[in-house]
Structures are given as C-alpha cells and as structure tokens.
Design a protein around this ligand. Structure first.
Ligand SMILES: [Zn+2]
Length: 306
C-alpha cells in the first residue's frame, strides 16, 4: 500500500482503529493483564469530548486501548496521520525527513520528528537471521559519512567521519552499522553474529584486516578502482549499491545527519532495503511491528541524545 491507498482506505479514524485492532489481535482482542479473551468495547469521551476507544476485560475489568503498551502509546495524534507517516516512511526508497513528513501530514516539525523516531524504532532488526549461508556469497565494505576536515590529510579526514561497515548477501539482505574503528577484534565480533559460518565465499577489498579474519580459502578480494565488468565474480555491488542509495538519501532527504541518530537511520534504511521485494506488504509489516514494540517517549529519545 502506498500513501494514496492508505489515505483512501483509512479515511476516517474509525477505519484506522479497526485495522489497528485487527493487526494487533488477529484472533480477537485479549486482555493485556490476564490474557482473557472476553473483552468488550466501551465508548467513552475525553475532556474535549473526543471519543476514546477502550476495551474492558470481562474477567479482571482492566480498561485498555489498542495502543496501550505499543509504540503508539500516549500519542495525541490521530491514527490517520500516523498511517500517512508510516506509508511515507515505508515507501520512500531513499528515506524521508521529519520536515517532509511534517509538511505532508500537516503537523509541527517537533511532532513529526518524534513520530518519525517512533516509526524508525519499529524498523529496528534486533534479532534478524545471520546473512549468507550455504552456496551464498557475502560482500563486505566500508564507507565514511560527513565530517570534512580540510587540510589535515586523508587519514585525519577519514578519522573525523562516521565510519560505516556494510555486510551484504549478494543480491539479498544488507546489514549496515556504524563502527568506531576498523580493528580486527571488533569486526570479528560483528561478523560472528551477522554472517552464517557455512557461507560459501566472502568478498572484500582485500584490506589486511579482512585477510587476518577470514579463512583464505573462502576469502576473495576485489580492487575498488576496477570496473564491475573487470571484477567479474569479485564484485561487491550489493553492498556498494546499498551505500550509494543510503548516501543519496542522506543528501536528498536529511541534508544533515545528526550523528546521535545515525544508527537508527541505518536501521531504517536496512529495514526498507531488505524488504524491497515485498513492497505491497510493507505498510502492514510496519504496522504489526509498531504494535509489538514497547513505547518510546519523547523524553527518552532526547535524554539519550542531548
Ligand atoms: Zn483481564
């Protein structure tokens, strides 16, 4: 579903709420405290006469809403606006900034900023399956973002930038993450958790650190300066393609990438990239993840970063 479908299908708050309830509890509403399956919808009104949709548990009498304990928790924003922002973020190949979201859905920048961070939280892939496996090729590369320090030499400039490691399954999923330095110890830990040990081959740019980590029989090196055609099988085009798409997004949408939030932007990018072949279902997938992850308050977001 793209933005247009979402806006049409969920034109009213009621339509959006019904869909949220069905997504959170596909087999019927269950009590959040005692898991009882007899829960009744009760209609009540808030201070401004705004309807509040609550459930009451038939057993323990708990009152709860479909958004209680999810990433939607305590949001005063209409669900129709949430859904529009989610469609924008699930759809935008190169990412979308909080400013763009604020303009599209008609809310203040600060509201859009918090909204985008909560949606991004739903996109974190904490326990994803390792990449690679039998018969598969893994590509590894590094790139640097931002922080130009002129006149201090290439090495100083590189040190000042944000260093990003990319691991990709050829023509498949990617994992991008920020790393402090390119030392073997830290890299080894990442590779152990992210790469399936039965992987057929690993392709890197041949830096000595990679040669020291991988079994020489499985490790192949390419040269950055050679064309893809010359490299043949020794290509790293999946990981390089992901890097360039991410960078175009940073330049086109975010302009300035806050260093504090680089990790969550990388996660957002990977979430979308890894589902690029599942485009029609991305909105539904994202909604499910928003209902399954714990709340993220504005206070928590800003406390962690400032
Ligand atoms: Zn109950």
């Amino acid at each position: 579903m793209n933005l247009l479908n979402v806006t049409q299908k969920f034109a009213t708050e009621d339509a959006a709420w019904d869909y949220l309830v069905r997504t959170r509890w596909p087999e019927g509403v269950r009590c959040l405290a005692c898991d009882h399956d007899k829960c009744y919808q009760i209609a009540t009104r808030g201070k401004t006469n705004k309807p509040i949709r609550l459930f009451e548990c038939g057993e323990c009498k708990l009152h709860f809403s479909a958004t209680t304990g999810t990433l939607f928790h305590d949001s005063h924003l209409p669900l129709t606006k949430w859904f529009m922002a989610m469609a924008l973020m699930a759809e935008a190949k190169k990412g979308v900034s909080a400013l763009q979201v604020s303009r599209h859905i008609g809310v203040a920048y600060k509201t859009a900023w918090h909204l985008c961070h909560r949606i991004r939280k739903a996109m974190e892939e904490l326990n994803s399956e390792p990449l690679g496996g039998q018969g598969k090729v893994i590509e590894i590369d590094e790139t640097f973002l931002g922080g130009k320090k002129l006149g201090k030499g290439v090495k100083a400039a590189k040190d000042a930038k944000i260093r990003v490691l990319g691991i990709a399954e050829r023509n498949g999923r990617v994992h991008l993450q920020r790393i402090k330095d390119g030392k073997a110890g830290a890299l080894r830990v990442i590779f152990e958790s992210k790469i399936d040990p039965t992987t057929k081959a690993v392709v890197t740019d041949g830096a000595p650190v990679f040669a020291s980590i991988f079994n020489p029989a499985k490790h192949h090196a390419f040269k950055h300066e050679e064309d893809f055609a010359e490299r043949g099988e020794l290509t790293a085009k999946t990981v390089e393609g992901a890097f360039s798409l991410f960078k175009r997004g940073v330049i086109g949408s975010y302009h300035h990438l806050s260093e504090d939030h680089v990790d969550s932007y990388l996660q957002e990018f990977c979430w979308r990239f890894n589902r690029r072949k599942l485009q029609p279902f991305m909105f539904q997938t994202l909604l499910r993840e928003l209902t399954q992850k714990k709340p993220l308050t504005y206070k928590k977001l800003t406390r962690e970063t400032f």
